[in-house]
Write a new protein. Structure first.
Length: 220
């Protein structure tokens, strides 16, 4: 029996999907697989900024210099790019304020096994597993509430599915992004999705101004 879809498309709208201007937010939870999904999106051709950290979070958003600074960044990106996006696992502290600045917002919501996510948070942030699981449940609830409230197009991407069925996930992401994914591109991205720790991007010749960006992503 053929396998079904590897992702879930939610509230899709043809006018939004085909619009020449599209803005994507890649988000989820800390230690939840957003970096691997962001890198796949970037390799498909989605502009995610120039100065990004090892986890592919755009410094203009990651360093949170205030909502006014983020709004200025959005205005600059809108002027320079019809299609662009950014990755930030937990953008809720500023998102409501900047929502109206976004042109045709579309969401890529990354999910991961709750236990693995909580264990990763507990280890990295030195907290108890109980506290981490409560944190995961709270943030997950807030993220879902945001998507329900806005009723905008969203693609649900499972980190586990990305590891198990990378080509299917990448092709479905390309469709949601409105970008092509030929056989060679899909094969190249698929070949880079393997569990492991962050390694220097410069070793592999990938583009990006910060040359210590990740090749491999392990979120636990």
């Amino acid at each position: 029996m053929p396998e079904g879809p590897a992702t879930i498309v939610w509230n899709e709208d043809e006018a939004s999907r085909l619009a020449p201007q599209r803005t994507f937010l890649i988000f989820g939870l800390r230690r939840g697989g957003t970096t691997s999904v962001a890198l796949a999106a970037r390799e498909l051709g989605l502009y995610l900024g120039e100065q990004y950290a090892v986890n592919l979070e755009d410094q203009e958003f990651r360093e949170f210099k205030g909502v006014d600074s983020i709004r200025a960044t959005i205005a600059a990106r809108n002027a320079a790019h019809d299609v662009w996006g950014w990755k930030h696992p937990q953008p809720l502290r500023y998102f409501e304020t900047i929502y109206d600045d976004l042109r045709n917002p579309r969401f890529i919501f990354v999910t991961r096994d709750m236990t693995a996510t909580a264990l990763g948070i507990a280890k990295r942030e030195v907290m108890t597993a109980d506290a981490a699981i409560n944190d995961v449940a709270t943030v997950l609830g807030r993220n879902l509430a945001l998507l329900r409230q806005l009723k905008r197009p969203a693609l649900f991407v499972s980190y586990e599915k990305l590891l198990l069925r990378p080509e299917a996930v990448i092709r479905e992401m390309a469709g949601f992004l409105g970008m092509a994914c030929d056989e060679a591109t899909c094969a190249r991205i698929t070949g880079q999705i393997v569990p492991g720790r962050y390694q220097p991007e410069s070793r592999y010749g990938w583009r990006g101004k910060l040359r210590d960006t990740a090749r491999i992503w392990l979120t636990s």
